[in-house]
Design a protein around this ligand. Structure first.
Ligand code: FAD
Length: 310
């Protein structure tokens, strides 16, 4: 059995594994896809102290760093179920999709999240070529250009306000007949001179020249016609979905499905910790996930030294 078993191999999981292994305890990482969302990222310019890197390069460096330690990396393994310890000093079990099962004295959940997509023609083709999901990450790439934000909830309206300070013009497109964001955000948004808002509009296609985005089409849900917006970038803000479906009913999740943790990364289950985008941590970013993974590993170690001997 492991002392610490990390589920998920993104920035949070890699940091957790390194921090745990450095305590000289038996550490394992089971990940569906080692590297996580970083593998899907092109330029990264906010990984502090590294001016510019690329996703696949950072993912390879994460794996290399983890391999420097005695960590059992189980890649391409999806966890399906968590069985809590039956009592103090007992083991926690993680069941894998392939039928195998792993046992550990403590577990760190770092299964990350995925952006909800529009699922319209062109979205996949122009991903990272104008279609973006993270304003904190990619906003500065569109300096002085025209962009749209899809989604009028809090994250969409926050993104539009944020981007309006960087780009030349923002078009906010909302499916509903009204914005769903907090009133104070809506007021701020409406005060900005370079933002326009289109309501009752369903994005139907991302347009491009084969290399990069140059527009989008939407259906007017009231009048029924089609609208065309010329632009260089599209930020999709219709939800970040935590990869926690398999944990439902096992431990406490927020209304959005995020694993509820305290400031030490402790979940509602003894011996089970969590870190990164899968949790209630505010702001989903690489450096934040790494910090949270380190916190969770130190908390797991603290838990182990206080636990009854096996
Ligand atoms: P993830 O990176 O999502 O990793 C989750 C891990 O868990 C993966 O290994 C996954 O395979 C695994 N997993 C999931 N479910 C299971 C399961 N059931 N069993 C086993 N394993 C499982 N952030 C920045 O700071 N700067 C940027 O420039 C930036 N750009 C981005 C660009 C894009 C296109 C995207 C999508 C995100 C970007 N982000 C950026 C956000 C950043 O990638 C995330 O905040 C960060 O990767 C979160 O790390 P994590 O370890 O919590 O989760």
């Amino acid at each position: 059995a492991f002392d610490v078993l990390v589920v998920g191999g993104g920035p949070a999981g890699a940091a957790a594994a390194i921090y745990a292994a450095r305590k000289g305890i038996r550490t394992g990482v089971a990940a569906e896809r080692f590297g996580g969302q970083v593998l899907d990222t092109m330029g990264i310019e906010n990984f502090i102290s590294v001016q510019h890197t690329e996703g696949p390069k950072l993912a390879a460096a994460l794996e290399q760093h983890v391999r420097d330690y005695d960590v059992d990396i189980m890649n391409l393994q999806r966890a399906d179920r968590l069985l809590p310890a039956k009592g103090p000093g007992e083991l926690i079990e993680i069941q894998l999709a392939n039928g195998a099962s792993l046992k550990s004295k403590s577990v760190i959940l770092s299964t990350g999240a995925r952006w909800r997509q529009m699922n319209v023609p062109g979205e996949e083709q122009y991903r990272n070529k104008g279609v973006a999901y993270c304003p904190h990450c990619d906003g500065p790439l569109f300096k002085g250009k025209r962009v749209a934000v899809i989604g009028g909830g809090n994250s969409g309206v926050e993104a539009a306000i944020d981007l309006a300070g960087i780009v030349s013009h923002v078009t906010l497109i909302e499916f509903d007949s009204k914005l769903r964001a907090d009133e104070v955000l809506q007021r701020k948004l409406r005060s900005l001179h370079n933002v326009s808002i289109i309501l009752s509009a369903q994005t139907s296609e991302v347009l491009g020249d084969g290399q990069k985005v140059n527009g989008l089409l939407y259906t007017d849900r009231v009048g029924g016609g089609t609208g065309h917006v010329e632009l260089e970038g599209i930020f999709v803000q219709i939800g970040l979905l935590p990869n926690t479906e398999w944990l439902k009913g096992t431990l406490e999740l927020s209304a959005r499905g995020e694993i509820i943790i305290d400031d030490r990364g402790q979940t509602s289950l003894p011996g089970v910790f969590a870190a990164g985008d899968a949790t209630t941590v505010p702001y989903k970013q690489i450096v934040i996930a790494m910090g949270a993974g380190s916190t969770a590993a130190l908390s797991a170690f603290d838990h182990l030294i206080r636990s009854p001997l096996p």
